[in-house]
Design a protein around this ligand. Structure first.
Ligand code: C2O
Ligand code: CU
Length: 489
């Protein structure tokens, strides 16, 4: 009750401030964070070239360490790194391979790696109980047995996940297969990873210090970076490109679009190709989600620029009150390659609802322990529980199908829900937006719930037995305890 009042009054104060000068607001926000307000976006000059993480294949070596990176043009910044720079290398492999990742942890804290979207044995999944001690090492051996898609990886130590991701630990994991290869999608320089994150700086230092209110809403940074560079510029040819977009932010939701409303031809989601491409001009995109998108720049004149932006979606909480540019594309030359958008991409075998042996409901709206944490606002929970490493919350049977229902009907926070160990299909969204997005017509591992929504997903558990987690991928919520264990037996 107390908390709803807080949200209402902070919402009201935002409406009042928004009618004032945005310059004034910007000044306030760079000096100090206003309580209950998101950091106001500070765009850069869009002249630094977009960096692309290097690609490695089957046996990468990671040395997790403190180092520095050039996120801003003027100054270097202390970061955490998997090797040398913000974001780890992109691991690229083919379905059927085994990837061995040798990890040396040179941090003075524990960490581990979760392979987000990959279905791997329990002891390789990066469950928060399986940590690499400070100074320790571990080799992850990952048997890849799944569709071509854009997966990713990041740390998962309970209570420190958000900070470690925010400080630079995340990377892309691309799986290819014959089916996808046969489509001859734009590749090489025409295939660009776009890892979007927001960062809060204090001076030229990355600053991860969420207040109680920011644990409620998620920690929002005022600088939007792509592949580790603030406000970058990509020079492109007049032709087709494939953008593999990953929301690697701890909490920020983007309403992606192009500044001139150029179409996104969406070809894939978290778990790979859709059945057919679908064109949209905007896409809501929550933390942890991926969108595989084709873009045709040939309608633009040489020298013309277009921005990838996030449009306002102000009805939800403190997020989305501002539109802003994420990166700039400038069209330089005519592409020599020719590409025609295929009319079909893949087959998605629909899991029939009738094959589900059980439906489980997860209440993700309630806060618990009102007097306990965050200025009396309570803690984020699932079914009234916060994460307990040693408690098994749900038990499912290997190779069976279930429907899981995430219920945020009574909630006033945004929750991107993620399940380890499976890819699921989204059956329906009730309340709120009341429909499925294009990306939700493919395989998913993370689904975004706005306040007032309920989403049902269906999934078949793998034959890997053991303990996996489900959690909110707003990493502040996750660290706050919005995570449960489930056992596959
Ligand atoms: Cu990307 Cu358990 O998360
Ligand atoms: Cu959440």
């Amino acid at each position: 009750m107390k908390r709803r009042e807080f949200i209402k009054s902070s919402g009201l104060s935002a409406i009042v401030t928004l009618t004032g000068s945005s310059l004034l607001l910007k000044a306030c926000h760079t000096e100090q964070d206003m309580i209950g307000e998101p950091n106001w976006i500070v765009e850069g000059d869009f002249i630094r070239p977009l960096a692309v993480p290097s690609t490695v294949s089957n046996n990468p070596q990671f040395v997790i360490q403190n180092t520095s990176g050039q996120i801003l043009s003027q100054s270097s910044t202390s970061i955490l790194s998997y090797r040398n720079g913000l974001l780890g290398d992109t691991i690229k492999t083919t379905n059927g391979s085994t990837v061995n990742v040798q990890v040396q942890n040179n941090l003075d804290v524990e960490t581990n790696i979760h392979w987000h979207g990959l279905i791997v044995p329990e002891n390789m999944d990066g469950h928060p109980k399986d940590l690499i001690p400070a100074g320790g090492s571990l080799t992850y051996s990952l048997p890849i047995q799944q569709r071509a898609a854009t997966y990713w990886y990041h740390p998962h130590p309970h209570g420190d996940t958000a900070r470690q991701v925010f400080m630079g630990l995340a990377g892309m994991f691309i799986v290819t297969d014959d089916e996808e290869d046969a489509l001859n999608l734009p590749s090489g320089e025409f295939e660009i990873p776009v890892i979007i994150q927001d960062k809060h700086f204090s001076g030229s230092s990355l600053d991860y210090s969420p207040s109680d209110e920011e644990i409620m809403t998620g920690y929002l940074g005022e600088k939007i970076i792509v592949n580790g560079i603030h406000s970058p510029l990509a020079s492109v040819s007049r032709g087709w490109y494939r953008l593999r977009i990953l929301n690697g932010s701890t909490a920020r939701v983007y309403n992606l679009a192009f500044s001139n409303n150029l179409a996104f031809h969406v070809i894939g989601a978290d778990g790979g190709l859709l059945a057919a491409p679908e064109s949209v001009t905007s896409l809501m995109f929550g933390p942890g989600e991926r969108a595989d998108v084709l873009v045709d720049f040939s309608s633009l004149a040489q020298g013309q620029a277009v921005y990838l932006v996030s449009k306002k979606f102000s009805q939800y909480n403190v997020q989305g009150r501002q539109g802003f540019s994420i990166m700039k594309f400038i069209v330089e030359a005519t592409a020599s390659s020719t590409f025609t958008l295929p009319s079909t991409l893949s087959t998605i075998a629909t899991i029939p609802s009738s094959s589900a042996i059980k439906t489980r409901t997860f209440d993700i709206a309630a806060m618990i322990g009102g007097m306990g944490g965050h200025g009396g606002m309570g803690q984020h929970s699932i079914n009234g529980k916060t994460f307990d490493m040693d408690r098994i919350d749900e038990t499912v049977s290997a190779n069976t199908t279930e429907i899981w229902e995430f219920d945020n009907m009574m909630g006033d926070e945004i929750h991107p829900m993620h399940v380890h160990g499976v890819q699921f299909q989204v059956l329906e969204r009730m309340g709120g937006r009341n429909k499925l997005l294009v990306t939700e017509k493919g395989w998913k591992d993370t689904v975004l719930l706005m306040p007032g929504e309920k989403v049902r997903v269906i999934m078949t558990f793998p034959s890997y037995t053991g303990v996996f987690v489900l959690h909110c991928h707003n990493l502040e919520h996750e660290d706050d305890g919005m995570m449960l264990n489930y056992r596959i037996q």
